[in-house]
Write a protein that binds this ligand. Structure first.
Ligand SMILES: [Zn+2]
Length: 68
């Protein structure tokens, strides 16, 4: 189950984060969660793997409307 989409504060792109945990013997460390559009580092999270991000196709590339 995916998390709710995040919104990049830099370019306004809505995107999902998918944690990839297939990395063997990878130390727990903070890995960047990057915007798939502009590669702004949204935040860093502790993980054994890394994070893939992809645009939220449902909401579109940019936030054109307010509210839900
Ligand atoms: Zn962005």
């Amino acid at each position: 189950m995916l998390e709710k989409p995040l919104k990049c504060p830099n370019c306004g792109t809505h995107f999902f984060v998918d944690e990839v945990l297939n990395v063997q013997e990878h130390p727990k460390e903070a890995m960047p969660v990057e915007c798939p559009n502009c590669h702004h580092i949204y935040e860093k999270r502790i993980t054994n793997g890394y994070f893939m991000t992809f645009e939220d196709r449902e909401h579109g590339k940019y936030d054109k409307q307010t509210g839900e």
